[in-house]
Structures are given as structure tokens and as C-alpha cells.
Design a protein around this ligand. Structure first.
Ligand SMILES: Nc1ncnc2c1ncn2[C@@H]1O[C@H](COP(=O)(O)OP(=O)(O)OP(=O)(O)O)[C@@H](O)[C@H]1O
Ligand SMILES: [Mg+2]
Length: 323
């Protein structure tokens, strides 16, 4: 099993639940584990009944398990501030206002949310030395994944910029004969330095996601969820990312044979429909179904979390054949 494990899927299918259960399983098997949550509405804080913040913190009552929560809105704000700061140093004061306005506009697009979150994911991956396993309760989708092609664009851009700057610095040097400062300016050029930094960051992300990460998709036995899974698989395949399997969550429990009231009949019919859909999921997708989890009467937390963890056929520690 890879070091980084992502649980993707559409809204509300059970990503946070399943990723918390899997993280718990990893910790129980002795791996130093971090679970990273991103949803302010229902997050690891609710699952483990304790608050978490922007930095990893031990989960009380579970040895070897840390948790952190990234607030996506905060991530967008931080990203905005950082970008403004990085650019403000490089343009004339008269331009700053105009540029700030443009940057703010850019951050109001839906893609900005995904991009900012992706930046934070990369940050977590870069600083995960102390962990054997890092579990993310969501996965980057189309928009954010496109950033993985950024290094090529940036490379081209950086080359052209260096060329231009070299020419202007040469002219400057010729004008101010003997001024050795000018040559150094190119090496320290803040714009080039920033582009290089971004390029290296996305290179690292692409490499890490391809070589050290596995993606699982969580879905429910309904048509919309199946379609969205199809789309998500196509996106992941396009970027060469490895999908370990599918987790089908929220199956209706079968009624007992002697239950013939309205409730029993309803459940029996629902179960039949869902069985068909699960069969279709098996047929349609090449990836293995690594768990089918029934809907519990209550929210999945406490002992229920262990129960769900036991139903996940996802290895925590690498099996002999994997090593
Ligand atoms: N098998 C289950 N049985 C009972 N309740 C469940 C089950 N799976 C998930 N839930 C509940 O459904 C709700 C949504 O689940 P969860 O938060 O894990 O989904 P999510 O995919 O992370 O959602 P979001 O996209 O909003 O982040 C939660 O209240 C959770 O407790
Ligand atoms: Mg969630």
C-alpha cells in the first residue's frame, strides 16, 4: 500500500466516514497515521468527537493516529494573501491596486477553491516525513488535476522570461559598464524564482501522486453516483493515477424473512434494486469493489467506526506479495 491514500467521490457519499475508518485501521495495525479532512460541515471532528485544526494533532483514545482539518475557505484566503504578497514586491505601487483586483477576481472562481485546497494537500505531502500513512478524505478532481500539467507550461514561460530578462540585463550592463550587480539580478529575479518554485511544487505533486499515492472512490448504489464515478475514473486515468478500488457505501440492510409489513416490503424492493446496481458496478468498472457497507441506523462513529473499518478490504500494512 502506498503512503498517501485518497478517498474521492461526490458530495455526501461517505468519504469522510470511510477515510476515518481506514485511518483507524492503519493506526491499529501499527502505522503512524495522519487523517486529513477538508469538509467543515461533517468532518473527522464529528467522527472522533473532538476538535481538530489546521495542524496535525493526536486523536485522543487512538494511539498512532493524528488528524487535521483544512478549512477550504481559509485555504483560499491564504492563497490569495500569498499571491498578492509575492507579486506586490515586484510591481510599481501604482500597479498594485489593479493587480490586487485581478487576483481577487481570479479567486472568486470555483476553480480557485480546488486549486487552493490542492496547494494545501501538496504542503501536507511535503511535510509528512513522520507518518507511514496519510489518508485524505477527498481527492483532487478534474480542475485541480489539470494543475499537474502546469510544470510544462511554466517551463516554457520561464525560459522565455529568462531570455527576455537576459537581453535587458545585458543592455543594462553595457550601459553601466563594470556594474557587476546586474548579472546577479537575474539569478535573484523574484518573478523567475517564484515561477520556478511553483513549477517544482507541481512537479513534486505529480511525481508523488503517481508514485506514492493510491486513490479509492466512494460511491452509493444510485445512478448519479455511478455516473460520477465513471467521470472521476476518467480524470484519474488521464493523469496516470492509480485507482486501488471502489467502496460502495450506504446499502440498505435486508429485512428478516418474516417481515412482511410495508417496511419489510419496501426494504426488500430497495435491496433488490441496489443488488442490481452493485452487480452493474462490478461489471462496468475494471477496479475491484473493496467494500460494500450497509447504512447504519446512526452516524458512523465510536464502535461503529471499527465495524466499518473491518469491512474495508483495503490493506493497511503492505501484504507480502506487494513488498
Ligand atoms: N454507512 C453509513 N451508515 C450511516 N450513516 C452514514 C454511513 N456513511 C455515511 N453516513 C453518514 O452520512 C453523512 C455523510 O457522510 P460523510 O460525511 O462521510 O460523506 P462525505 O462524502 O465526506 O460528504 P462531503 O462530500 O460533504 O464531505 C454523515 O452524517 C455520515 O455519518
Ligand atoms: Mg467529507
Amino acid at each position: 500500500m502506498e503512503k498517501f491514500v485518497f478517498f474521492g467521490g461526490k458530495g455526501g457519499v461517505g468519504k469522510t466516514t470511510v477515510s476515518s475508518a481506514y485511518a483507524l485501521k492503519c493506526a491499529r495495525e501499527g502505522l503512524a497515521t495522519l487523517v486529513v479532512s477538508t469538509d467543515p460541515a461533517h468532518s473527522t471532528s464529528d467522527v472522533f468527537d473532538q476538535p481538530f485544526g489546521d495542524e496535525p494533532r493526536p486523536v485522543e483514545g487512538h494511539d498512532g493516529l493524528d488528524a487535521m482539518e483544512i478549512d477550504p475557505d481559509e485555504a483560499v484566503d491564504d492563497h490569495l494573501m500569498e499571491t498578492k504578497r509575492a507579486l506586490a514586491d515586484q510591481v510599481s505601487p501604482a500597479m498594485v491596486n489593479e493587480i490586487d483586483k485581478q487576483i481577487e477576481l481570479a479567486h472568486q472562481t470555483p476553480g480557485a477553491y480546488e486549486a487552493a485546497l490542492f496547494d494545501r494537500f501538496i504542503d501536507v505531502m511535503e511535510n509528512a516525513d513522520e507518518y507511514d500513512r496519510v489518508v485524505f478524505d477527498t481527492a483532487p478532481t478534474g480542475g485541480a488535476l489539470r494543475l499537474l500539467s502546469l510544470p510544462e507550461f511554466l517551463e516554457d514561460w520561464i525560459d522565455r522570461l529568462i531570455e527576455k530578462r537576459t537581453t535587458s540585463i545585458d543592455l543594462y550592463e553595457r550601459a553601466a559598464i563594470g556594474d557587476r550587480e546586474a548579472r546577479r539580478q537575474l539569478d535573484d529575479d523574484p518573478i523567475i524564482a517564484r515561477l520556478r518554485e511553483r513549477k517544482e511544487m507541481f512537479e513534486f505533486a505529480g511525481r508523488t501522486l503517481r508514485e506514492e499515492a493510491t486513490f479509492y472512490l466512494v460511491l452509493n448504489p444510485d445512478e448519479l453516483s455511478i455516473r460520477e464515478t465513471d467521470d472521476a475514473l476518467a480524470d484519474l486515468a488521464e493523469y496516470g493515477l492509480d485507482v486501488g478500488g471502489l467502496v460502495v457505501n450506504r446499502l440498505t440492510p435486508e429485512p428478516d424473512d418474516d417481515e412482511h409489513g410495508r417496511g419489510g416490503t419496501y426494504l426488500r424492493e430497495r435491496c433488490a434494486t441496489e443488488r442490481e446496481r452493485v452487480a452493474r458496478i462490478h461489471e462496468k468498472f475494471a477496479q475491484p469493489v473493496v467494500a460494500t457497507i450497509e447504512t447504519r441506523v446512526e452516524e458512523v462513529k465510536g464502535d461503529l467506526l471499527d465495524e466499518v473499518a473491518a469491512e474495508l478490504e483495503i490493506a493497511a500494512v503492505a501484504t507480502a506479495s506487494e513488498q
